[in-house]
Design a protein around this ligand. Sequence first.
Ligand code: NZQ
Ligand code: ZN
Length: 384
Amino acid sequence: MENFEYLNPTRIVFGKGTIARVAGLVPKDRPVLMTYGGGSIKRNGVYEQTRAALQGFDVREFGGIEPNPRYETLMQAVELGRRENVGFLLSVGGGSVLDGTKFIAAAMRFPGSEPWDILAKRAKVEDAVPLGGILTLPATGSESNGNAVVSRESTREKLAFYSEKVYPRFAILDPETTFTLPPRQTANGVVDAFIHVMEQYMTYPVNAPLQDRQAEGILLTLVEEGPKIMAQPDDYATRANIMWTATQALNGLISCGVPQDWATHGIGHELTALYGLDHAQTLAVVFPALLQHQRARKAGKILQYAARVWGITEGGEEQRIDAAIAKTEAFFRSLGVKTRLSEYGIAEGYDEVAKRIGARGSALGEHGDIGPAEINAILALCAA
Ligand code: NZQ
Ligand code: ZN
């Protein structure tokens, strides 16, 4: 096992009727800025529940944060927050609102003139306004991690940052808020969580049996609960299982002491930036192709995954690897998520993805050996 340091400071408040708990978690001494997205919270009662809980607080609002939150929009909230002397940020919505709020938190206290540097130049976040979240979409794990992904419309870039300063102080996870998710977003959430586990698991063995089994436990739960949630979206028990599972997939636990990949996300973010695909749609396209391309490098872990998650134990090694890749792709498709670029009408021009990643000087993969040529080969496999 590799050395590691682990800290997760986020308090999770989980279950039915827990939005009211926000009153005891948000400090009252300064104005609170409540952030939200395009209006789903106004249609499903989450907005009313939150406002009712915050009676007596000095609450300002900033709505309209888009899916794949935009820098241009977020900077308006930064101005508002500074002007109103906001002391706490409360995100109410999905991963995009929460990521956007993390950026607002960091940008409000950023000493330089250009907070975009936090993303583009990896400028260190020394301080951030404290924040908390009421989550309405299980997928990203943003509710208990220090990551945020922000897009810039003017340059069509989508970039991530990490800082310990932007972990939410608390995350309220009420599975009932997820009943109103459209099937596409529910399926996206299952795929995103699945791939988060894969990026931390599907590398090479380092004798970390606990982390492996934790990861496989999350994968197996998604394989079991995913189809149930698509068939019965109003089943509380399944919604609850999916919500807790998605949090566990990216809260830092399963990556302790093991190598990580993140190539699927690296390529996927460019596909969203260039073509506007949903985050999880890009992952379902890229991951099976990445497995195919990296099948020799990842053989040990693919065979373990094949046996423990899909029960594939018969046949030669190559056959079992083929079967595991096929099962993975079929799982995404069973949720209604497409797995080929051509299904999104993308037939050419995708070499821009490799150019952009290459220009940033970053090589992807757990060995750092997935460069532009390999990315093009992976995308050719997705296109087929
Ligand atoms: O904007 P509103 O009106 O709220 O509607 C949203 C949005 O249209 C809607 N929605 C959310 N909760 C709902 C609901 N509709 C009905 N009922 C509800 N309860 O769903 C749509 C998508 O929301 P969004 O927040 O964009 O989805 P998600 O949570 O999947 O977040 C995706 C973003 O997170 C980033 C992605 O790149 C993408 O920008 N990621 C963040 C990560 C992190 N912070 O660790 C890791 C991930 O890998 C990912 O990159
Ligand atoms: Zn993701």
